[in-house]
Design a binder for this molecule. Structure first.
Ligand code: ATP
Ligand code: MG
Ligand code: ZN
Length: 317
């Protein structure tokens, strides 16, 4: 395969120069200049430990807050005010950065609004996942981001103690434009199921208060196919009490619980289904190992049939 861009996965015109298209580097780093990554993997564990309490990051996968130096030449660990989050290879589960990267690309193709993200190559040659924070302003300010655990007044450790219906109620209560946010919730929920994501819990969904003061659904983050590393993984937040084989009928019931019209529901489901072909292309071009590519592609194909059937039913109603 010819050289692929570490952001969009498309071919690079000239080999060897940079691993990014200029526009892709700009989308991720904020400028066409690709920074050097200053991160000592051996020290990472200590750094990540020291960060507990310093940042709002709360997950279990090792991740570090990073920031660009003033000249934009280097990306390095930044306790406060980091504009980036970096996730290196994990010890227990293989290829998580590659998995999250391709899943975020698939989400963009499926029409979800996503956090800017890409892969970066570390000193040892390994790939790490990098995302630019959407809750930071260029002026150095911070936008208020509240995840659904906070909105539901639950403790972080209760992040799996919810349901998709609870999220719909929280959206209705707290989003400034509830129907718009409910559509985002529905699309993210269908997407999580389609892509075998068993880690879409209450802290992986958020509302973000924009500079205009409106509370909207935040761009999607932390999307990955956990099914590739945890056999037969189930939805973290059930839909109609169901975590595994959600039926077309149950998708429509959830859509109507979200307040969506049949027309909007059909359109949302249709958009996910239409993303199948380009998504298979992305999986084939991703940095996942071959066996994972095969399994991911199969999962997408099989579940897209349910999504298509649900879109058809919604269209009838
Ligand atoms: N691009 C982003 N912009 C702003 N905030 C983000 C972004 N990506 C992640 N976050 C925030 O950082 C938190 C941790 O990130 P993320 O969920 O990706 O890590 P994680 O370790 O995989 O989490 P977990 O395993 O608990 O789900 C998120 O819950 C979210 O609040
Ligand atoms: Mg998370
Ligand atoms: Zn690119």
């Amino acid at each position: 395969m010819t050289a692929r861009c570490l952001v969009c996965l498309a071919d690079l015109r000239s080999e060897g120069e940079s691993e990014y298209h200029p526009r892709c580097a700009r989308a991720l780093f904020g400028s066409t200049r690709v920074p050097t990554i200053d991160l000592e993997l051996a020290r990472l564990h200590t750094v990540a430990q020291a960060m507990v309490g310093h940042t709002s990051l709360s997950g279990v996968q090792r991740k570090v807050s990073m920031g660009l130096t003033a000249d934009r030449a280097t990306l390095r660990v930044a306790m406060e005010k980091g504009h980036f989050i970096l996730k290196p290879q994990a010890q227990v589960f293989p290829s998580l950065p590659e998995n999250e990267h391709v899943t975020m690309r698939i989400a963009a193709v499926a029409g979800l609004q996503v956090a800017p993200s890409g892969l970066v190559r570390l000193h040892d040659g390994s790939l790490a996942y990098l995302t630019r924070r959407f809750d930071r302003t260029s002026a150095g300010g911070k936008l208020l981001q509240e995840d659904f655990c906070q909105l539901g007044q639950l403790a972080p450790k209760q992040k799996y103690e919810g349901s998709s219906e609870l999220c719909a109620r929280l959206v209705r209560r707290y989003a400034s434009e509830p129907l718009v946010a409910a559509l985002s919730l529905f699309r993210q929920t269908v997407f999580a199921w389609w892509t075998g994501n068993g880690d879409m819990h209450l802290k992986n969904l958020s509302l973000l208060r924009g500079a205009d003061g409106l509370q909207r659904f935040s761009p999607a983050y932390d999307l990955l196919c956990t099914d590739l590393v945890v056999e037969d993984d189930q939805l973290a937040l059930p839909v109609g009490g169901n975590r595994r084989a959600v039926t077309p009928r149950q998708w429509l019931t959830f859509a109507s619980y979200c307040g969506l019209t049949p027309k909007a529901t059909a359109r949302a489901l249709g958009q996910v289904h239409a993303a199948l072909t380009p998504s298979l292309h992305l999986v084939a071009r991703s940095w996942l190992p071959d066996d994972m590519k095969t399994r991911y592609a199969r999962l997408l194909e099989v579940r897209a049939r349910t999504v298509e059937a649900a879109a058809g039913k919604a269209g009838e109603g």
